[in-house]
Design a protein around this ligand. Sequence first.
Ligand SMILES: [Fe+2]
Ligand SMILES: [Fe+2]
Length: 171
Amino acid sequence: MKHKKKIDEIIRVDLAGEKGAIGIYKGQLAVIKDKSFSEEISKMLKKEEEHFKKFSELLIKYRVRPTVLDPLWDKGAFGLGLLSAALGKKTTMACTEAVEEVIIEHYQNQAKYLKGKDNSLAKVTRQFADDEKDHMHQAKNYDTGNDFFHKAFKIGVKSLSRLAIKLSEKI
Ligand SMILES: [Fe+2]
Ligand SMILES: [Fe+2]
């Protein structure tokens, strides 16, 4: 099939991304003491675990090799979660806002590409883009900071996310 390589990349990178999302939230939960705040994050974590499960199944179904960078994303994401939460509520949600902005665009581009080529996978990416939109809005309900530090933090997290995506697609 003509599009097999690109579709393999989509599944590989999305599985890695969802694993990263789980890592971030777990890292944050390891630090956060506020009960209602950690409950909110746990709910987002649950969604990411559903997303991860779906792409794990697809990985087997489509016979895709996972990214070799898997353990790196795992630890890196957990570390980012720890760091963002250790810096406070603003950075915790700034991290989610930044990551989700990148992921939403990423899923939407995939959905566009997949339309007419693999409609069931297109539907998954569309639905997950909507779930991530919910997370982004949830984060934006908080003050994620407009000062230099928080702006720079969000730009940094977005760049890291984009780099992780580029690498996970290919290797
Ligand atoms: Fe997700
Ligand atoms: Fe999410």
